[in-house]
Design a protein around this ligand. Structure first.
Ligand code: PLP
Length: 226
């Protein structure tokens, strides 16, 4: 098996200039994280609240922490003091809570709207209509401490690359429509977070600006540790 350093070096060579790498370090140790940190990696993605809070306390303070998974409203509070970007905004309720906590800390938190693009039922996220409904609402217009920087989505868990490509293409289309209709004056609305270890090359071809790669860098995860 390759080392973490070899993995990340290899992956970097496949990324185009406009694509940021979020190293997904969930269930991986601080020493694993530090191996990539030493090679200049600064953006790390996690999706368990308790784990990200512990790691944030222990690891260098110039790490940019991204929360990439489903976030429960009652757990927003713990991550706000340090979080840089929340990828999984999937309801107005959650966004309002992020705004409320961010306001307390006098911060503006970068957020991505998660869309349901996969064929599976279980994945979280807005439909395009639901997102529009939120963006048009008075409640949304009053949120001053969140900055919507783009969209995020996960493709179906399948070996059918055509299907994966179509799902990513859909997300890129949602991004483009939202940009034109709601964010044309907002420079920071520029991110499409899509692509994981098995599908990130397709995601880049379809316009991804942020790939979230875990096992491809750190090796397989042991979920029994949770
Ligand atoms: C775990 C996870 C990833 C990384 O998955 P890999 O297949 O290990 O690259 C990316 N995005 C989200 C939302 C995740 O939960």
């Amino acid at each position: 098996m390759n080392t973490i350093a070899e993995n990340i070096t290899k992956i970097r060579k496949t990324l185009t200039e406009n694509v940021q790498l979020v190293a997904v370090s969930k269930l991986k140790s601080n020493s694993d994280i530090m191996q990539t940190y030493k090679l200049g990696q600064r953006i790390f993605g996690e999706n368990y609240v308790q784990e990200i809070c512990e790691k944030q306390k222990q690891l260098p303070k110039d790490i940019e922490w991204h929360f990439i998974g489903h976030l429960q409203t009652n757990k927003v509070k713990c991550i706000i003091p340090f979080i840089k970007c929340i990828h999984g905004i999937d309801s107005l309720k959650l966004l309002k809570e992020v705004n409320r906590q961010a306001e307390k800390h006098k911060k503006i938190i970068k957020c991505l709207l998660q869309f349901h693009i996969a064929s599976e039922e279980s994945k979280f996220g807005f439909s395009y209509d639901e997102a529009e409904e939120m963006l048009k609402s008075k409640d949304f217009s009053e949120l001053k401490n969140v900055e919507i920087c783009g969209v995020m989505g996960m493709a179906s868990f399948t070996k059918n690359n055509t299907q994966i490509r179509n799902e990513f293409r859909n997300l890129a289309k949602y991004y483009k429509n939202l940009k034109e209709n709601y964010f044309s004056n907002q420079q920071s609305f520029k991110e499409i977070s899509m692509g994981m270890t098995d599908d990130y090359l397709i995601a880049i071809e379809e316009g991804s600006t942020m790939v979230r790669i875990g096992s491809g860098i750190f090796g397989p995860r042991n979920y029994n540790k949770k």
